[in-house]
Design a binder for this molecule. Sequence first.
Ligand code: NOJ
Ligand code: CA
Length: 546
Amino acid sequence: MPPTNRDLTDPSWWRTAVVYQVYPRSFADGNGDGIGDLAGLIDRVPYLARLGIDAVWLSPFYPSALADGGYDVDDYCDVDPRIGTLAQFDELVAALHDQGIRVVVDIVPNHSGSGHRWFQAALAAGPGSSERGRYIFRDGLGTSGELPPSDWVSHFGGSAWTRVPDGQWYLHLFAPEQPDFDWSNPEVREEFHRILRFWADRGVDGFRVDVAHALAKDLTEPFASYPRIHRDVLKDDGTDVLFDRDEVHDIFRGWRSVMDEYDPPRSAVAEAWAAPARLPLYARPDELGQTFEFDLVVEPWDAARFRDSIRNALERARAAGASSTWVLSNHDLVRHASRFGLPAGTDLASWLMTHGTDPVEDREAGLARARAGSLLLLALPGSAYLYQGEELGLPEVADLSFDALEDPIWDRHGHTEKGRDGTRVPLPWTPDGPSFGFGSGGSHLPQPAWFADFAVSVEDADPGSTLNLYRRAIAMRTALLAGDGVRFADDREGVIEVLRDGAWRSITTFGVSAELPDGELLLSSAPIGADRVLPPDATAWIRDAG
Ligand code: NOJ
Ligand code: CA
């Protein structure tokens, strides 16, 4: 099938792109040290091309102490030597561009790693220095400053303040190894413009912006109380103390002007866990252009809930003049093949703590729904963000032993939450070999024996595999997508029917079966017999008759 969307000069490519997220340390290991790297990734470019994706989004590959899987960046303009070199990065970009695949890199602007030269200089320079002014250092409370400056908590548990030997405290909304920048400091703004240009000059096509809604904070003292971080307590009028403040948009307007220095302009997508009504602000054309829609990652497998989420997301994208983004999995979430195999309302963190034994995951139902859900989202206008391994229908590795865990959540939550390692286990490429073909050595997180069933080579050879379903769906979507036109057929209980441009439709069943309308059956996530009945938890794409 001839790929469209592959013209590297097209400025609107991101509007309908299928973007594949690579978590570099767990994708492919070129030198057998158990850590995924750029050499491994370069080797697998043919795999990515065959999958038919439009872009690769690389999670951080920068030098890092790995206190948070690389989201603690020590140098924004280099490659972690364990992952490769800048020369290999250039080689990767060239190899992907040769295949018409664009490259998106992760920018982590809320905080650096504590090994960053600026943070080290801030520690050395002492209170009141301009070096400290790039971060958020304050004196403590209490008679001798022994108490943190406020009750703010870290996302990963515990206080958001850590004390340094001279007695001051610095703010970190994440791990202590992730000190927050002070974005009211023009030096910080300039530095990130430089970083954007550094990667854009190297041919990077777009940016994924980490915790985009956190950069502006109300630092008026005494600090307002904010003892709990949760979407429920977040104010939705631009005046929240820590998140989604109006001033953040000024920062992104600055980024847009940098991204527009390039031809084609560089794209961006915000990771902003803001109130839904505020998401379009980040996606405005003079800002980032797109923002992740995360509704579906918390919704149960339910037609009415899915339909509402999809309609709302489409409406928000329209309001922003953007295109919507569809996400079911990423490196922070329990894989959707497992999520959909658990009873609605399961507390996923508790489920992980039981090593995935309570409740018991229904693997078959989970996989059927994951395939159906992915096909539904690939039928919608907008862009789809896929996470490595979901094209294999890979479940979460819920049974990781406690001593294998790498995620800071485990320690910071006093060993009551396992965190996100179960979705970051290195991919299986072959059914055997030392790390299922991930590399010639081991794997930094242990892979379970059942990974063999999901290996790329196994699925490649099976026409009914999830891998081959994704390949067909992506190729067909690329060929079928005509415009933004989308309509929902009348609500039928348990069914979502999406009509595309009067040319084709996608029908998804949630726990019920449905007779398919006339028209050529293009693709389905489950086998369909001569009676043309779509079984429960399945999606079919049909070309409209006549
Ligand atoms: C969001 C990233 O996706 C996550 O992995 C990371 O821990 C936090 N931001 C902090 O950078
Ligand atoms: Ca390696």
